[in-house]
Design a protein around this ligand. Structure first.
Ligand SMILES: O=C(O)c1cc(C(=O)O)c2c(n1)C(=O)C(=O)c1cc(C(=O)O)[nH]c1-2
Length: 243
């Protein structure tokens, strides 16, 4: 009887161990060079090189980002089975939407839009929102709707990088665009502390809930994706400004 060929038993596969916490945090923070602080449009904004028209385009396009944040956070809530986290994300929605009309981050963004010379109507009807900006922001919301909730939360870790940039933005805008008053920048002055707290809170959650190497890799990829979203948003503003 012919002997049957010996087939080597597959080597047992062990999932790769997760990175130690500190290395995981270092991998996340290591994406800072991809943050939108380095985008040429932001550089020009901070250097005082934008025309009034470009500032208006920036504010009107970013309006779309601001107004979609609550829907992005609601998507996270709808996918998250952890009550403690849902409560925290509910606060984020209320921060932007306010408790009543005319309050909250979105209303403060609208105030900034008016300060740079946009009418309320042209902001709200979104006539200046470039297709690429809409695509980028919608991709962020879709990511939150369709990816596991920890990944969606990890994509918001750009907030780790934003406090320093926002602080600098307030100083630079006041220095370079003298027609803008400090109170017009209430969106940023009010946001700096909140965004610092949120960044820390998000990092803590991501570290606690990403317990396999796969989850850690997915969190790093989610943060890279979000950096791309922000860059794509500014690319769209930049190209609209050139038209
Ligand atoms: O001014 C900025 O540079 C900046 C950046 C970011 C960010 O990095 O995503 C946010 C904000 N601002 C911001 O104000 C904000 O509310 C916010 C929410 C989120 C988010 O992903 O959930 N990012 C940001």
């Amino acid at each position: 009887m012919p002997s049957s060929p010996t087939i080597a038993a597959p080597a047992p596969t062990h999932p790769a161990p997760p990175l130690p916490e500190q290395d995981f945090v270092t991998a996340l923070r290591g994406l800072e060079h991809r943050y939108w602080s380095s985008h040429p449009f932001h550089r020009r904004l901070h250097d005082g090189d934008l025309t009034r028209e470009e500032l208006r385009l920036w504010a009107a396009n970013r309006w779309y980002y601001q107004r979609m944040l609550p829907q992005k956070d609601a998507a996270i809530i709808s996918n998250c089975p952890v009550p403690e986290i849902r409560r925290l994300w509910l606060d984020r929605i209320v921060y932007h939407d306010g408790r009543t009309d005319g309050e909250g981050g979105t209303a403060r963004w609208l105030r900034l839009c008016e300060a740079v010379g946009l009418s309320r109507e042209e902001v709200l009807d979104e006539r200046h929102v470039a297709p690429g900006a809409r695509f980028a922001v919608d991709a962020y919301v879709t990511f939150a709707r369709t990816r596991p909730w920890v990944e969606a939360i990890a994509s918001g870790l750009t907030e780790m990088f934003s406090p320093a940039l926002m602080r600098r933005r307030v100083g630079d805008m006041l220095a370079h665009y003298p027609w803008i008053r400090r109170e017009d920048l209430a969106y940023f002055t009010d946001r700096i502390d909140a965004v610092s707290d949120e960044g820390r809170q998000t990092l803590d959650i991501v570290v606690r809930h990403c317990v396999t190497q796969e989850q850690q890799d997915a969190a790093v990829a989610a943060l890279a994706f979000k950096c791309d979203v922000l860059h794509a948003l500014l690319d769209a503003v930049e190209s609209a400004a050139r038209r």
